[in-house]
Ligand binder design. Structure first.
Ligand SMILES: NC(=O)c1ccc[n+]([C@@H]2O[C@H](COP(=O)([O-])OP(=O)(O)OC[C@H]3O[C@@H](n4cnc5c(N)ncnc54)[C@H](OP(=O)(O)O)[C@@H]3O)[C@@H](O)[C@H]2O)c1
Length: 305
């Protein structure tokens, strides 16, 4: 009788979670695409964006331009920044602007952030969104002891330190404006520890925890924090995988077409429906042990070197 009751309770709990996840999926992946939000009106004109010189960041930047935003793009490579600027400028609405700023985010030098802060000061009333999207992942996932020290520091500086420092700069502006959004790109590998993606996965867990904590802290003052936790996308970052062109991956444009619609709809989302199913199966159905086993073998089998 006791075992039967526990079984019924477990089934009920699972049914509630399944129903909740289905409704959430319908809201962020279907409803959000049908009924677009006016993000300029909701948050403000300027989007401060990192990691927009390539991959999903570039696609996001183009979408923000199409939707009536001005952009402040932070990147480390002057040539790529200039190309990005030219590409975005073609899509801007009248009166909108792209400003670029050269900064290597693989740094702990506070002066770099002070310079960014002083560049942003004149725009502060028009800043609506900070999109911390830049990310670093080693070109060849490996066992921890084989990683180079400089790659470990690079991963932490770009994926963690830059998010903390830029959020620290922009938050006071958003508080003064009484509206705004901090959008962070995490990763699905933050849900459980991921072998071979050891340091990277841990930095993305940081992004998720940090985002969810401040989302709660500021929920009553009209400032939103959203974390994207995508799964595998075909970009420069995933060139290490021989599965890049398989069904396991979506391309950057496909991903951003879907993920853009989720902006302002939820505090945590994978951004793409197949990634949502992956998240659902991993979190609701599998134990962390199964996740670690599967991801360990996927990385081991598909890693090129
Ligand atoms: N691809 C995936 O499967 C996947 C999955 C989950 C999450 N993500 C996350 O999505 C975000 C975007 O990644 P992506 O896939 O689009 O990768 P990507 O094509 O490699 O783009 C990474 C972007 O970050 C910039 N960046 C890297 N290091 C930097 C530094 N030191 N200073 C300034 N900018 C720097 C890059 O600049 P350069 O153009 O100068 O290189 C580039 O614009 C990352 O946060 C990543 O962790 C990706």
């Amino acid at each position: 009788m006791i075992i039967f009751s526990i079984g019924v309770l477990w089934l009920l709990k699972t049914a509630v979670f399944v129903l909740w996840d289905c409704l959430h999926g319908i809201r962020v992946f279907i409803w959000a695409r049908l009924k677009k939000l006016d993000l300029v009106k909701k948050y403000g004109e300027y989007v401060i964006i990192t990691g927009a010189t390539d991959g999903i960041g570039l696609e996001f930047a183009k979408k923000f331009a199409e939707r009536g935003h001005s952009l402040f793009v932070i990147g480390r490579n002057p040539v790529k920044l200039e190309n990005t600027k030219r590409e975005i400028e073609k899509l801007l609405q009248p009166g909108k602007k792209v400003i670029t700023f050269i900064a290597d985010l693989n740094t702990t030098n506070l002066n770099v952030y002070k310079k960014i802060e002083s560049e942003l000061q004149p725009l502060k009333e028009r800043i609506g969104i900070l999109f911390n999207n830049a990310g670093f992942f080693v070109s060849d996932p490996d066992l921890f002891a084989n990683l180079k020290e400089e790659d470990i520091l690079n991963t932490v500086n770009v994926n963690v330190t830059s998010i903390l420092m830029l959020t620290k700069i922009v938050f006071p502006f958003l508080i003064e404006n009484k509206k705004g959004l901090i959008l962070n790109t995490g990763s699905i590998v933050s849900i459980y520890p991921t072998p071979f993606l050891n340091v990277y996965g841990a930095t993305k867990a940081f992004v998720k925890y940090f985002g969810e904590a401040i989302a709660y802290e500021y929920k009553d003052v009209n400032i939103e924090v959203q974390t994207l936790i995508p799964s595998m996308i075909e970009t420069k970052m995933t060139e290490w995988s021989s599965a890049q062109r398989s069904f396991l991956f979506v391309n950057a444009k496909q991903y951003v077409d879907a993920a853009f619609a989720t902006i302002g709809r939820t505090s945590l989302t994978t951004g793409f429906w197949t990634h949502g199913i992956e998240y659902f199966l991993s979190v609701r159905m599998f134990h962390a042990f199964c996740y670690k086993f599967i991801s360990y073998h996927i990385v081991k089998l598909t890693k090129r070197q």
